[in-house]
Design a binder for this molecule. Structure first.
Ligand code: HEM
Length: 139
């Protein structure tokens, strides 16, 4: 019997299961595995992020659009909408496997919007800092 997400423990369970999938995925895994050196710290930060988002607790103070612009630069502008689509599919799949209810729908809605905002920040950065010949994805 599935329940809705109710607290930080539920968010932590979601985050851990999601990144288990991300890390072994051949397409998207390398972006994370080649960037994140301390997985415990990353999972704690992402639990803070989604707990803040869902339960209006302020314990995350980062700048995710800027972080994803930096990831796109590091990987020679290969972070494209397909990669965001893959991320969202794995996120939705994990949400639906573990939980059901209003907070599941809220997280789907908000993550979809965030994906667009992050991708737009990436495009804006590429416009301001035209990329080099190693780029594989053109705007
Ligand atoms: C809507 C979709 C996404 C959301 C909501 C999301 C959310 C986040 C958040 C909150 C962080 C932590 C930022 C911080 O350090 O303060 C993060 C880090 C990261 N994200 Fe995403 N992300 C998304 C999509 C992606 C995609 C598609 C990629 C693939 C390239 C990606 C790669 C990364 C990496 C590699 C980090 C670690 C960066 C670092 O520690 O230097 N993310 N993400």
């Amino acid at each position: 019997m599935k329940t809705d997400l109710r607290n930080r423990d539920d968010v932590a369970k979601l985050v851990h299961s999601f990144y288990d999938k991300i890390r072994i995925n051949e397409e998207i895994g390398p972006f994370f595995n080649e960037t994140i050196h301390d997985w415990d710290a990353h999972l704690e930060k992402l639990t803070d992020f989604w707990e803040s988002n869902l339960f209006a607790i302020r314990n995350y103070y980062g700048n995710p659009p800027q972080v994803h612009v930096a990831v796109d630069q590091k990987f020679h502008h290969t972070v494209n909408p397909d990669i965001f689509g893959l991320w969202l599919n794995l996120w939705f799949e994990t949400l639906e496997e573990l939980f059901e209810g209003e907070n599941v729908e809220t997280l789907k809605f908000r993550s979809r919007k965030m994906g667009t905002v992050f991708m737009m920040a990436i495009y804006e950065n590429r416009r301001q800092n035209p990329y080099d010949s190693t780029a594989q994805t053109k705007v």
